[in-house]
Design a protein. Structure first.
Length: 398
């Protein structure tokens, strides 16, 4: 996806928000029909039947007919594809779309090619029922058959063209690198490099805490609460932009330098789930509040390090060259002699083998084990699992 910053006028912003509302309404209505199915009832309507119902709804409701029928039908197509992906087991269950959180629309077909280059820095796209909207040319616009327009929580508008990324050629040097992902060190390489994903500065963290305290004292629905939420969203957007920039630069550097890239096969979704409440053994019947608070801090650290985004971009830029290794005992195994023991990991940063005395950074030692494909289990060394992604796939939004 090649994303560009859009700069609509005030009238165009209102029209885009109206179109996003129509898209969200159609998606949620299709989701409600899909959730009504039970084993003792007939099948819920598919895309063709829903498109017919959409035509009848546009004739009955004037506010719905003010939007683009092409955009609304595309929302039904996206939902139909989302349900197919769910039954296929590649994606999660489709969820509800909320105002202020899911503000976007997608245009596919001949209307997606209505582009014009104004000058060296600006271009414009003709959005249905909105008109020509300008966007900044930060790079060349790819040849795409669809694009998606969305607005983030900070109020910024972006347009993303769906195009197949060009894979980067391998250096053909036979080099292999292992990548160990962590919280303190975002990515440790088997070469000894320790990479950290940038986030908010100390001053920005202080301001974030101050804004969150102000938000807790604001009355719901007030204008002051909306302004504080917008300020918090701008800080979150700044951190997300830095994280994405770091991921793009790191993945490009790894794809250009190494022939094979081995990473841990981590289940990030399960790792960042909210923990179940556990009672205090000293006070039966009372839950431990610190356990959930500590797990929430760990989840924020994992998500702010960009674990999943880094691997996904590596697979896009180096298809067929990314291998997933089981992470079992990679942090307890000595990369020099292969001895495994929990006592080898002295603390979060220091690794010292009790058998041979090898000392190294704990994350760098785990990265060397990953580079060697050494995922030790209780019985034997497990084989390296090659990523199933061979060719770059067209990025689609649900």
């Amino acid at each position: 996806m090649s994303r560009f910053r859009m700069y609509p006028t005030s009238a165009q912003r209102d029209s885009l928000l109206q179109q996003c509302g129509h898209t969200r309404f159609v998606w949620n209505l299709a989701l409600e029909q899909w959730l009504m199915w039970t084993r003792d009832k007939v099948l819920t309507p598919g895309y063709v039947e829903q498109a017919r119902q959409l035509t009848e709804a546009r004739a009955a409701f004037t506010w719905l007919s003010e939007g683009s029928q092409t955009v609304q039908q595309q929302a039904l197509r996206d939902f139909d594809q989302a349900t197919k992906n769910f039954y296929r087991g590649t994606h999660r269950r489709p969820t509800w779309r909320k105002a202020g959180l899911h503000e976007g629309l997608r245009v596919v077909g001949a209307q997606a090619r209505r582009l014009v280059k104004l000058n060296r820095k600006w271009a414009a796209v003709n959005v249905p029922k909105v008109g020509w909207v300008q966007f900044r040319l930060s790079r060349a616009v790819p040849e795409a058959k669809s694009y998606r327009i969305n607005r983030d929580r900070s109020g910024r508008w972006h347009i993303a063209f769906a195009a197949i990324p060009t894979p980067m050629p391998a250096p053909d040097t036979g080099s292999v690198v292992g990548v160990d992902r962590g919280v303190t060190v975002s990515a440790a390489l088997s070469t000894g490099e320790l990479l950290t994903c940038p986030g908010l500065s100390k001053a920005e963290c202080v301001r974030m805490k101050h804004l969150q305290l102000r938000l807790a004292r604001c009355r719901r629905g007030s204008g002051r609460r909306a302004r504080v939420k917008a300020a918090i969203a701008r800080l979150h957007a700044r951190a997300a932009d830095r994280r994405k920039d770091w991921v793009e630069k790191t993945s490009t550097d790894l794809a250009r330098r190494f022939d094979r890239i081995r990473v841990e096969d981590l289940r990030i979704v399960q790792m960042t789930k909210r923990p179940k409440p556990r009672t205090d053994p000293e006070q039966p019947g009372r839950y431990q509040p610190n356990r959930r608070r500590a797990k929430a801090g760990l989840n924020r650290g994992i998500l702010s390090s960009g674990w999943g985004l880094l691997v996904r971009r590596l697979e896009d830029k180096a298809p067929g060259r990314v291998e997933r290794v089981r992470p079992a005992y990679t942090s307890q195994t000595c990369s020099d002699c292969g001895h495994r023991a929990p006592e080898n990991r002295k603390n979060q940063a220091v690794f010292c083998c009790v058998a041979c005395g090898h000392e190294a950074n704990a994350d760098a030692n785990a990265a060397r084990n990953i580079a060697a494909g050494r995922a030790v289990s209780a019985r034997r060394e497990t084989p390296v699992q090659v990523s199933l992604k061979r060719e770059p796939q067209l990025a689609t939004s649900r």
